[in-house]
Design a protein around this ligand. Structure first.
Ligand SMILES: *[C@@H]1O[C@H](CO)[C@@H](O)[C@H](O)[C@H]1NC(C)=O
Ligand SMILES: *[C@@H]1O[C@H](CO)[C@@H](O)[C@H](O)[C@H]1NC(C)=O
Ligand SMILES: *[C@@H]1O[C@H](CO)[C@@H](O)[C@H](O)[C@H]1NC(C)=O
Ligand SMILES: *[C@@H]1O[C@H](CO)[C@@H](O)[C@H](O)[C@H]1NC(C)=O
Ligand SMILES: *[C@@H]1O[C@H](CO)[C@@H](O)[C@H](O)[C@H]1NC(C)=O
Ligand SMILES: *[C@@H]1O[C@H](CO)[C@@H](O)[C@H](O)[C@H]1NC(C)=O
Ligand SMILES: *[C@@H]1O[C@H](CO)[C@@H](O)[C@H](O)[C@H]1NC(C)=O
Ligand SMILES: *[C@@H]1O[C@H](CO)[C@@H](O)[C@H](O)[C@H]1NC(C)=O
Ligand SMILES: *[C@@H]1O[C@H](CO)[C@@H](O)[C@H](O)[C@H]1NC(C)=O
Ligand SMILES: *[C@@H]1O[C@H](CO)[C@@H](O)[C@H](O)[C@H]1NC(C)=O
Length: 791
């Protein structure tokens, strides 16, 4: 065990006293000390458990690390300026031939290099609701990281979860529902790690807005103030899934949590992550997110990126701190052990390519090509692109298209961007410029014609570190031209004008717009006047107007959705490089649409939590911006349900080319399943938390019949009303292919975790006795099957 530091004890006691300071005395706060004690101190930092599936890797790591000197151990905890295109590189131990690790962006594909694929983004994975597809995407994407010698992929993203509708990184994450997000993140972790690459699941935690995410002059990072119950039931949930899936790394975030920086918050790192969730891997700082030296080491931070002035250029300050008695040497040993164990756990000690091979710092310098694109990834890329498209309106049999004679195509988003911008293929997706530092990106946000869109062409991902490097882009117009050739269709196009001339003989007018978002900036609105006007102008003169939106987050449609000439609307999200190819298969009915919304589309911004806006520095807190999560777990559909707000399109909604009926609900409580928990201290902790949380205690089945005339997939959803909580919460989903006229029985396993609530008093999950309403159906507001489970 790590010994407890006396100075830390004294400080911890002071903090507890400070907790009693009444907030009412606040007046233009200028000292950080005002906030001390808002996040409880939890020390010492628990050493790596090394249990269960990690036991072998742990033993090997202990053996190797025991041969390292204190200096060598400290050296591998800090980042060195990369000699390759890796986003970061840890120190190495040349004496023992330990290579050091290459860490690279990000969760939607390997970025800023060549010979890799541009995968669908997180939001697209969420819209597909397909567990196996999420796994396959992870596996194939992970293979590309491995071929380039990347040990750690900096993803997937499960935070932001999506509390702030305008948040600039929501598209990197999967869904603002923690269950959907967690289930698909777990598959992603298993897929990427199955390829031998560690996942660094990010951003832990509460990184729900980009505005003020980092200190800015005298202004500190925004503090996400989250109560214990909300943290557990909402924001921590998908992290627990990722840890349960074996994630080898967690990245701590830029923001503060209860006014303590996430990378030095002992309650978050030592307490929740390393004790409660039994986390085996290493905690790495987001790039530049470390703000203290000794305090972050004691709080549970293991590795600092991209370098550390606090721990010293070679971790030397850790060595000094051990030698002067303020840091237990066991803490440094634990940092090194967690890092080295991840390397063994992924099998990176055997035949792993040289770190960052084929990835020069500057992509334009001559370099040996390293081809990372596996031909077998083609179908996964295409399926991934197909399944994340969500059809929300389709009237007058507008879709599928049937060998049209004339198609008119409008909008800046129909065509691929015309050049590779500065910085390499990363930037093909949108106009970007690189800042002076390699880690500082400035999005090209032009107020003309609208700052919310990417005017220079179709988007296949959002911007920033979660962007990717497509091998090519199949833009909508490219694929439409191919189809026109096959069908003898004539095309008419104008990608430039906002009020285009329309050939009145058009069978249909396809309008392409986007809603762009990027790391570092929150969005400036959930719709824009320029694109809305374009759609309205086309619809005024074309009675069959079909709108496709490539949306990096929620996009409102209220300005035109009821227009009688707008016959079909598609949320196309961020499909990756096969965007156009996938869309055309859907438009022409080669495939049926099968995606559903992983968020709620409101009628008005004002319907969302805080009107969808980030918090700003204000009043007494202008030097310390505060983001109070006072709504608790009531975000998105939980909030719309509680306030009885009618959305435009509810969470879980999406059309196909057929119809389904639901019948035969069965609910069975499994015999022998214990409904009570032991006291927390007596529980077995596995990766992800209390072991029995994952016990299946009930099973629900339902039959779905394809009552239409087209083979298609349906996403059946199960919601539970946990007593005292939201009226319903997603706790199961199943995507199944159902041929015309056939029926399938879907089965949902309910784990103890799915029915439990977090008890602040017990500091544990509890399963209440009572009646739990169970709903099964096609969306969060189309739930024909209703029953109940008695506990
Ligand atoms: C609060 O203090 C800061 C720093 O001294 C100062 O810049 C700011 O104007 C003050 N604000 C108010 C409302 O007094
Ligand atoms: C944050 O503060 C809230 C309110 O006091 C408390 O419920 C919660 O446990 C704290 N969480 C952390 C991680 O500090
Ligand atoms: C620390 O890591 C760096 C970078 O990999 C390496 O060059 C150096 O030799 C290492 N120092 C020691 C003492 O092993
Ligand atoms: C850590 O070490 C560096 C030299 O590597 C030194 O400049 C810096 O002041 C030290 N920081 C702290 C917090 O001790
Ligand atoms: C021990 O060393 C660390 C790192 O340089 C420094 O921050 C700390 O103040 C030192 N403590 C003592 C008691 O000298
Ligand atoms: C992007 O679009 C703007 C506005 O139409 C135009 O001025 C600019 O030249 C375009 N940039 C590129 C690279 O096409
Ligand atoms: C389009 O519709 C508007 C308004 O109805 C009309 O003024 C305009 O002439 C039409 N344009 C074309 C090219 O038909
Ligand atoms: C629908 O389109 C037709 C042209 O095809 C036009 O005459 C009509 O005015 C449009 N309807 C509306 C409501 O704009
Ligand atoms: C949204 O709500 C605001 C404030 O209530 C209102 O001013 C605005 O007109 C609404 N927008 C729409 C599209 O209904
Ligand atoms: C499902 O299909 C089977 C076999 O075709 C049929 O016997 C059964 O009645 C169907 N069930 C429902 C609920 O449609």
């Amino acid at each position: 065990m790590v010994s407890f530091n006396p100075q830390q004890l004294a400080r911890a006691t002071l903090l507890s006293v400070a907790l009693l300071q009444p907030l009412a005395q606040a007046a233009n706060i200028t000292e950080d000390s005002f906030f001390y004690g808002q996040s409880p101190p939890v020390y010492p930092s628990p050493p790596m458990p090394g249990s269960a599936s990690w036991a072998t890797a742990y033993a090997k790591a202990v053996a190797l690390v025991s041969q390292m000197t204190l200096e060598e151990k400290a050296n591998i905890t800090v980042g060195y300026t990369p000699l390759t295109g890796c986003s970061g590189e840890t120190g190495s131990v040349p004496r023992l031939n330990w290579p050091g690790l290459c860490l690279s962006d990000a969760g939607n594909g390997l970025r800023a290099t060549d010979f890799v694929n541009g995968w669908p983004s997180g939001i697209h994975v969420g819209a597909a609701w397909n567990k196996n597809l999420a796994y396959q995407r992870g596996l194939h994407m992970g293979g590309e990281f491995k071929t380039k010698g990347v040990h750690v992929a900096l993803g997937p993203v499960v935070g932001p979860l999506g509390r702030v509708a305008e948040s600039g990184r929501n598209w990197e994450g999967i869904s603002n529902d923690p269950y959907l997000c967690g289930a698909l993140a777990a598959e992603t972790v298993q897929g990427i790690q199955g390829a031998g690459v560690t996942t660094s699941v990010k951003h832990y935690i509460g990184n729900e807005q980009e505005t003020n995410r980092n200190p800015d002059g005298d202004v500190a990072s925004v503090s996400s103030n989250i109560d214990d119950k909300t943290l557990h039931e909402l924001y921590l949930w998908p992290f627990a899934d990722a840890v349960h899936a074996g994630a080898g790394s967690i990245m701590c975030s830029y923001n503060r949590l209860n006014n303590s920086y996430s990378c030095q918050n002992s309650k978050l790192l030592n307490g929740i992550l390393k004790t409660e969730l039994g986390f085996e891997g290493f905690v790495v700082s987001d790039w530049g997110a470390q703000h203290t030296g000794l305090d972050s080491a004691l709080a549970g931070l293991d590795v600092v990126m991209p370098d550390s002035t606090y721990w010293g250029v070679n971790g030397g300050n850790l060595t000094i701190a051990v030698n002067n008695g303020s840091l237990a040497s066991a803490r440094v040993t634990d940092m090194a052990t967690r890092l080295v164990a991840s390397w063994y756990q992924m099998g990176q000690d055997i035949d792993f390519p040289e770190g960052g091979i084929g990835m020069p710092i500057n992509y334009y310098t001559p370099h040996k090509p390293v081809y990372a694109r596996d031909p077998s990834s083609q179908s996964v890329l295409l399926d991934g692109a197909l399944e994340g498209h969500v059809l929300v309106k389709n009237v007058n049999n507008a879709l599928p298209l049937k060998s049209p004679k004339l198609l008119s195509v409008f909008g800046y988003d129909a065509v691929a961007p015309q050049k590779f911008d500065v910085g390499g293929p990363t930037d093909i997706i949108a106009p970007w410029t690189f800042g002076a530092e390699s880690l500082s990106y400035t999005p090209f946000i032009s107020s003309e014609p609208a700052p919310q869109i990417a005017i220079n062409g179709t988007i296949i991902s959002g911007g920033g570190s979660g962007a990717n490097a497509p091998a090519y882009i199949s833009a909508p117009i490219d694929a439409l031209k191919e189809q026109a050739y096959l069908d003898g269709t004539s095309l008419f196009w104008d990608f430039y004008d906002n009020d285009p001339i329309i050939d009145t003989s058009s069978d249909a007018c396809l309008v392409f717009i986007n809603a762009f978002a990027t790391e570092g900036n929150d969005r400036l609105g959930l719709h824009d006047d320029y694109s809305d006007a374009l759609i309205q102008n086309v619809a005024a003169n074309c009675s069959n107007t079909i709108v496709t939106i490539h949306n990096a987050g929620i996009r409102l449609v209220e300005q035109w959705i009821d227009h009688p000439n707008i016959t079909a609307v598609i949320f196309a999200h961020l499909p990756g490089q096969d965007s156009g190819r996938a869309l055309v298969q859907l438009l022409y009915g080669v495939q049926s649409f099968s995606g559903k919304l992983p968020y709620t589309v409101a009628k008005n911004e004002s319907d969302y939590t805080n009107a969808g806006k980030p918090s700003l520095p204000e009043g007494d807190y202008q030097l310390f911006p505060q983001e109070d999560f006072s709504e608790g777990v009531y975000i998105d559909y939980r909030d719309f349900d509680a306030k009885n707000i009618t959305p435009r399109y509810e969470f879980g909604f999406g059309l196909t080319y057929t119809t389904f009926s639901y019948s035969d609900l069965t609910i069975e409580k499994l015999a022998g399943a214990s409904t009570s928990y032991l006291p927390p201290a007596a529980e077995t902790i596995i990766e992800g938390g209390i072991a029995s949380l994952w016990d299946v205690i009930a099973q629900v089945t339902a039959t779905i019949t394809n009552t239409g005339s087209v083979d298609a997939a349906e996403i059946a959803q199960l919601y539970v009303g946990i007593p005292g909580g939201p009226v319903k919460q997603l706790r199961g989903f199943s995507k199944v292919d159902i041929p015309v006229g056939a029926n399938v029985t879907v089965e949902f396993d309910l784990q103890r975790r799915d029915l439990s609530e977090w008890s602040v008093t017990d500091q544990s999950w509890v399963l209440q006795s009572g009646s739990y309403p169970i709903y099964v159906g096609a969306s969060s507001r189309d739930l024909p099957l209703v029953g109940s489970l008695s506990i």
